[in-house]
Design a protein around this ligand. Structure first.
Ligand code: AMP
Ligand code: MG
Length: 440
């Protein structure tokens, strides 16, 4: 396991006080371990889970050549180029009810979609292109079909032994269907990641508590819960923790003992008078970053272990035997929490879950207005995507972009990403947008 200092040393020009977003992402990707434990789940329970082993097809899908249409199966060598071909019908092949009789030259078989191609026949003429003669023979005009038309080949979906799905995939509805088509009842997936989180700050009150002067309700625990729930990890909510050394130390130890990753919000800003940063540094190997981004500049990152001196039998479950948990100390401002989660934590938790890294989905949209942007930092502005009359995607920024204004996030359906080197954007220029729809 590389130390944080090792990772920092391997990043050219690393500066914790002015870290570009891409470097922070790179750093985190080198830091996070992947879960090891694998469990086998029934197919339906595996939706959204991460596949732990490659799946190789144990059969050919489909198992036989079969018809793609309702019509008549025939030999392409019987087809006449210039005049109608006349075929007599030797029998019928149904899906699940093959025709096993002999088919002589000049004969064909009435065939249904999905039925196995009778031996020797290679082409299907769709029923609508044929006519029946009075003597029962089928008349096919010249040029209606070519050899091999409307026939699905054995193994064209998946050949025997062909890799069907790769480890690291987050299983989709289509994947479940694909696995079912291979006859797989169970699938190996990585165990679910456990993520503990809590909020820090003396001004925070939980829902249901009276709101004294100067206090705010803790909203971060709800946005964080929502984003974690979408990722499909196991969430452990440790509540609001007072800005008091013993309480913080207890919360970090408890979190590190029961979870693979710990997410906190608040208390990591430069001017913080509280104890959060000190306790983090005491209990773990932690870096305090100032990231070149807006919103969301301050962030703590590292590994956090059990409380110093804790023994396995002290009742907390913490102890030297426990591997350290990853720590993501997010800023307190409600918008900054979401932006840093999407920019850093989401990807890290997916990697920890065993998923092959997938960058955030980006689409390009026309900015409706000019945007001011200083090169040298990444900005995430909340935007509303819509489709203009000419069919082009456009985006406009929601009102105030203050990092405390959660409403801007709720109103938005995407985030405009203004990249590190980018400067001012003119109205009508294309910008990158992370659409929220479908984002996990
Ligand atoms: P901090 O990073 O702790 O300095 O917090 C920055 C701002 O975010 C302050 O105005 C806090 O009151 C606010 N804040 C911190 N944590 C939360 C939270 N869990 N829910 C809502 N607002 C918060
Ligand atoms: Mg605070």
């Amino acid at each position: 396991m590389p130390s944080l200092a090792d990772i920092a040393a391997s990043i050219p020009g690393y500066d914790a006080n002015l870290l570009p977003v891409a470097q922070a992402q790179d750093f985190i990707s080198r830091l996070v371990p992947r879960v090891q434990a694998v469990e086998r789940l029934a197919l339906r329970s595996a939706l959204g889970r991460v596949l732990a082993q490659d799946v190789v097809s144990p059969i050919a899908v489909p198992a036989h050549d079969n018809s793609a249409m309702d019509g008549y199966a025939l030999r392409s060598t019987d087809l006449l180029a210039d005049i109608d071909t006349l075929i007599s019908v030797a029998g019928t092949a149904f899906a699940g009810g093959p025709f096993s009789g002999q088919v002589l030259p000049g004969q064909g078989v009435r065939i249904m979609t999905g039925a196995v191609m009778p031996t020797g026949l290679d082409t299907v003429v769709p029923q609508e292109f044929t006519r029946s003669d009075a003597d029962g023979r089928i008349r096919i005009p010249p040029g209606t079909v070519r050899a091999g038309d409307n026939r699905r080949l054995a193994g064209e979906d998946l050949a025997l032994g062909e890799p069907a799905l790769q480890a690291g995939r987050i299983l989709t509805p289509a994947d479940l269907g694909l696995l079912a088509s291979l006859g797989q009842a169970e699938v190996p997936v990585f165990r679910r990641l456990r993520v503990a989180f809590f909020s820090t700050g003396d001004e925070l009150r939980s829902i249901g508590e009276p709101l004294e002067a100067g206090c705010v309700y803790d909203s971060n625990r709800y946005t964080i819960w929502g984003m974690l729930a979408r990722l499909g990890v196991e969430v452990i909510d440790l509540g609001v923790v007072r800005d008091e050394p013993a309480a913080l130390s207890q919360a970090f130890s408890q979190a590190a003992a029961c979870a693979d990753a710990v997410i906190t919000s608040g208390g990591v800003s430069v001017g913080e008078a509280d104890h959060t940063k000190r306790i983090m540094a005491e209990l773990g190997e932690v870096l305090f970053w100032k990231i070149a981004m807006r919103p969301g500049r301050p962030m703590a990152i590292g590994r956090i272990g059990a409380r110093t001196g804790a023994r396995p039998d002290d009742g907390t479950g913490a102890g030297p035997g426990n591997p350290p948990a990853m720590l993501f100390g997010l800023p307190g401002n409600p918008v900054a929490v979401m932006v840093t989660f999407y920019a850093f934590v989401r990807q890290a938790l997916l990697a920890m879950s065993g998923a092959t890294p997938q960058p955030l989905p980006l689409l390009r949209a026309v900015s409706e207005a000019a945007l001011r942007k200083k090169p040298g930092r990444t900005e995430y502005q909340r935007g509303i995507l819509s489709v203009a009359a000419d069919g082009r995607q456009t985006v406009r920024i929601t009102g105030s972009q203050g990092s405390g204004i959660l409403r801007s996030m709720s109103e938005a359906n995407g985030m405009v990403v203004l990249h590190h080197g980018q400067g001012d954007v003119a109205a009508g220029e294309l910008v990158d947008v992370i659409p929220f729809d479908g984002l996990i």
